[in-house]
Write a protein that binds this ligand. Structure first.
Ligand code: MG
Length: 383
């Protein structure tokens, strides 16, 4: 007995790895996945990638690395409390953003636009591509050779066309099934983490104010509570005390409602969780509605903020310029990417070459992309 519930993913019911490997000696299969993710180059680069704020704007804001750690922390807490597989939830959480382009969603949209004639670009599918294909340092296989369940969790959404090309992990999108329970958990933990840290970063960047945020019931409720309980707080304490209560409310609600569904539906195997018509892991209706209001607020007030918009347009221009120049003349790529582009062009024509350029750009950090743009376009830069 390892203390896991019957509905949890376990080594013995894993669908295994693409290339068979001997079981690890002293770790679980999912611990091995997590360790490979932490040691990957793409994971290290998360430190210099951001979602809303561009990396050089300040060291105070979340990066994709600290975001991924926050997601892992939330996912582990809930996994342990529900006797789910904590190692698997952690592995998925740490890997879920590995495919993100520089400049967050602005970069992803721009690259998708450039790649439209060649099959498109989607950061979530790219995360899977990073662990399946692009990390290249093991002698016996390409990628990190992660277990099915970790790969399934990384691929959160997927078009039918892409799903057909993906094989095993694409199947659930064709059959309209749910992912395993730890994947569902990592997905909700992602949402809890980014909504709350975007409130925090938005306030600290002065793009949002407390008064504005009080339109959001989830915020107002906890802010009132903080003001009733304490007096003479500094703005930093007031902000933090409110946000930590919001996170606690969301995590508690998620845990309790998921526990109640587990008790009612009694799944005896993770495949029973996959076969359910709706996700098993989630908030109750009330908190779900409050969470949606918070998301709507952030979309309108933060992600579409004038200052964020200007940065978004600049970021998109950088990505489009890079793609245009590198695709038109792949000799401008780093030599190792040029070799790959030539091979890909021979095998798959323009589509193959464009994919190598997209992989190269997607792998860039924010500051590398800005620097590379300068190197390519500023004639005063020699190298
Ligand atoms: Mg995320």
């Amino acid at each position: 007995m390892n203390g896991l519930a019957a509905y949890a993913s376990q080594d013995q019911n894993s669908r295994g790895r693409r290339f068979a490997e001997a079981p690890p000696d002293y770790r679980s299969e999912y611990q091995r996945d997590r360790d490979r993710i932490v040691h990957s180059a793409a994971f290290r680069r998360l430190e210099y990638k951001t979602q809303v704020f561009v990396n050089h704007e300040g060291d105070l804001f979340r990066t994709r690395l600290t975001h991924s750690l926050e997601v892992a922390q939330i996912a582990r807490t809930v996994a342990r409390s529900l006797s789910l597989n904590e190692d698997l939830a952690e592995a998925i959480a740490l890997a879920h953003d590995l495919g993100h382009t520089p400049f967050g969603h602005a970069g992803q949209d721009a690259l998708n636009h450039c790649m439209r004639p060649y099959g498109g670009f989607e950061h979530n599918a790219q995360s899977l591509r990073v662990v399946d294909e692009l990390e290249d340092k093991y002698a016996a296989f390409r990628g990190l050779n992660l277990s099915f369940e970790t790969r399934e969790g990384i691929l959160k959404h997927c078009s039918l066309k892409r799903a057909r090309a993906l094989g095993d992990v694409g199947q659930r999108f064709i059959r309209k099934q749910q992912p395993g329970p730890e994947a569902q958990l990592a997905n909700v933990a992602d949402e809890i983490a980014y909504n709350n840290h975007d409130v925090d970063d938005g306030l600290r960047a002065r793009l949002l104010s407390i008064e504005q945020l009080r339109q959001v019931p989830l915020f107002a409720r906890h802010h009132d509570l903080v003001l009733r309980t304490h007096s003479g707080l500094s703005p930093k304490q007031e902000r933090h005390e409110t946000i930590r209560r919001m996170i606690n409310t969301l995590v508690t609600d998620l845990t309790e409602h998921t526990r109640a569904r587990l008790a009612r539906l009694k799944p005896g195997h993770p495949d029973e969780v996959r076969a359910m018509p709706r996700p098993l892991v989630g908030f109750g209706d009330e908190v779900q509605a409050e969470n949606l209001e918070l998301k709507r607020f952030l979309r309108e007030q933060l992600y579409r903020h004038h200052q964020v918009y200007r940065m978004t347009v600049k970021a998109q221009r950088v990505v489009k310029d890079l793609f245009g120049a590198l695709q038109a003349d792949p000799r401008l790529l780093l030599p190792e990417f040029f070799v790959q582009a030539e091979i890909a062009a021979r095998e798959q024509g323009a589509r193959g070459c464009a994919r190598v350029v997209a992989d190269y750009i997607a792998g860039m950090t924010d500051r590398y992309a800005i620097d590379e743009h300068e190197r390519l376009f500023d004639p005063r830069r020699l190298r």
